[in-house]
Design a protein around this ligand. Sequence first.
Ligand code: FES
Length: 105
Amino acid sequence: DIRIYVEEAPGQRREIMAPTDMGLSLMELLKASGYDIMATCGGMALCATCHVEVLAGPALPEPEDAELDMLETLPVVHLGSRLSCQIRLTPRTDGLVVRLAPTGA
Ligand code: FES
């Protein structure tokens, strides 16, 4: 298992243990952990309601074009903005720190 951290308030991080052998996305983990993420499109990079801001941790694979296009539609993006449905949980994502980002919608 790996550890993912969610910054719920400045300086306040919740640690979540996550399996890496189930092909889970970060979006699925966050939903299963009780966060209010709509994920209207079901993880297809088509809705951007799963927007998160990556604050720290290991380098992630670069976003695909579909993710970049969708991020461009958001009124507010951050340096570390990503669609959590496009982040696959693997041993290489151990220690990732994210914050749920406002969609601005
Ligand atoms: Fe729709 Fe991620 S769940 S873009």
